[in-house]
Design a protein around this ligand. Sequence first.
Ligand SMILES: [Mg+2]
Length: 229
Amino acid sequence: MAAELPAGAGARGAAFFDLDGTLIPFNSGVRFARSEYRDKRISRLQLAQSAVWMALYRFSLVDMTRAYEKALDHYRGVPARELDDRTRAWFADEIAEALLAPAREAIAAHRAAGDALVLLSSTSSYLATVVSEVWGLDHWLANIFPTDAEGRLTGHFEAPLCYGPGKLERARAWATAHGVDLARSAYYGDSLSDAPMLAAVGSPYAVNPDPRLRRLARRRGWPILDWAR
Ligand SMILES: [Mg+2]
């Protein structure tokens, strides 16, 4: 009779990384909005709204969902190919060099340990793809914007929004499909909205945490990493 394996035995671990405020010291969405404003693709009002979204980023799921709906409404009908190209050019200009040195070291350490490397971010699939390619991550979980038959954005996003509890839902589904055990996995996140995912992994790290996440991390005994200093 075969011995019963303990739960999770044989499954491997993954290292999940948030992007904004974690791997990079700022919010990429706001930078993208500024770039769109410079290129006259959004108005001054929309640029101002994006600053509000940055604040909302740290707030509730309801607010984030509304912010995404509003932003995506503006991109309805835009060819996905065009957004992909624009995102790649903007990544090269403004994001590529922003990877924090301790983040680069953590990615290398997890790679050496044999962990799967996964970007877990509320950013677009376009930015998540190029980030993963250039920084050497194996997979990404981010927000996907469906397109119509002509490859144009429909103005919607795939539910659940990859943010807050939606991040955990995405990560759980991905882990199950890839034989990864979250109890053997790590997550690096900077925001209180990352708490559901942080609570679900065996090795949670509060990186550059906002004050509320810092308090929670202290209470729960999660290590705090100040990568942006
Ligand atoms: Mg973040």
